[in-house]
Design a protein around this ligand. Sequence first.
Ligand code: BG6
Length: 505
Amino acid sequence: MITNPLRDPRDRRLPRVPEPCALVVFGITGDLARKKLLPAIYDLANRGLLPTNFALLGFARRDWADQDFAELSRDAAREHSRTPWREEVWEQLASSVKFVQGSFDDDNAFDELAATLGELEGSHGIGGNAAFYLSIPPSMFPTVLKQMQRTRMAESTSDRWRRVVVEKPFGHDLASSRELNALVDSVFSPDDVFRIDHYLGKETVQNLMALRFANELFEPVWNGHHVDSVQITMAEDVGIGGRAGFYEKTGAARDVLQNHLLQLLALTAMEEPVEFSAEEIRTEKLKVLRAISLPEDLRTFAVRGQYEQGWLAGQRAIGYRQEEGVDPSSTTETYAAVRLGVETRRWAGVPFYLRTGKRLPRRVTEIALIFKRAPHLPFADTDTEELGNNQLVVRVQPDEGVTLKFGSKVPGSVMEVRDVAMDFLYGEQFTEASPEAYERLLLDVLLGDATLFPRNTEVEASWTVIDPLEDFWEGTTPYSYRAGEWGPRAAEEMLAAEGRRWRRP
Ligand code: BG6
């Protein structure tokens, strides 16, 4: 290998470009591929982050020629890409777009896929390296994985790598996730398995680690001595779109709480990793996930809800049970909130309130550390009537940034202290726009960097938290809330029971 003496291999500021390789997408005709994966591939190409020798292979049942597939991919990329459209970039990408037609139980189709990969080695110089993206329902994993095993497509050797990308949900509960993990690990080597939780690809989520571990300011107060409680919110104004089939079987707790919210909690609560590597970060997150405790009184501290018809942004919104494809007496939740504890020296006694829901007033994801009140206020009571708790809010999206809320004197001749906010906004401080989560994560897969991908043990630890909640809710009807409200009243009561309130983000 030729090395550049001027380039320090540890210098991460230099853009990393993967080795020659192919990306094979199963489920290429699906929503995820159209809205996220294909645009991300184009954006990476546009930013010069794909290797010159790169091939994109789509696998699906439809009877398409390479040309049809290239056109569909172009339309999807053009419609949803983040970076400006440059026809010449697409033209270059399109010359190595291939399509293999077949169903997942069709041996011939998989033989053809293996042969196509072999041909691309010669014609496109991809060096035998390939990543397989399973953008398909988990029920189809076993068939596809067995085909890959049969055709020996899953084998990494000393001269080529083979990797697999698995989309959430990783199972339906602890037992099924163990089965799934065992299956994937029996076909691919565990280091070659990339489980996507796209929240970890968001710039602001990665910034949590920079905020905590690159500064002296925050870490000394990042614990139960100073923090009263933590609120993690992922609110969406949208409903379930056309995903009734998936959502009816899943619900908010399995769809979001089990993965995105618990990963955010883990990053917020974890100890400093020994180094910034996949192994060490995953180890620290796992410790937190294992230390999570559920409340004894689940009736008060675990609340689920379902939206009824209401109003959102001046528009009438139908109720969940009226959505197309939803059972009119469905008991699937579209909102979930829970109070968790983290039983470590740093966090003992600090409640972590997590909530997520659809058809809430606005789309917002944030992590808020609510600090304790100052132990003593040398003012008259009336001077601080308007003073709340100090807060540090990591705004994951939108308006990406960080807000610090603290008390300040109101100008004037009397002493009056009121909350003010200090804001850091990505859009104002940096000229470069943040990449989309899928751009970052796809690139990491091709680079073989697993830092932002949860390990199987993390997934299983997360199900250990969710299973008792699902058992408790089994057979019950969720509380209702009107579309456009911040969830059911029981969720407000959950915090009120401990003298607290949800933030209004
Ligand atoms: C997905 C969930 O993981 O995240 C969806 O399955 C949800 O239900 C989506 O809408 C939200 O992602 P983002 O990046 O738009 O916040």
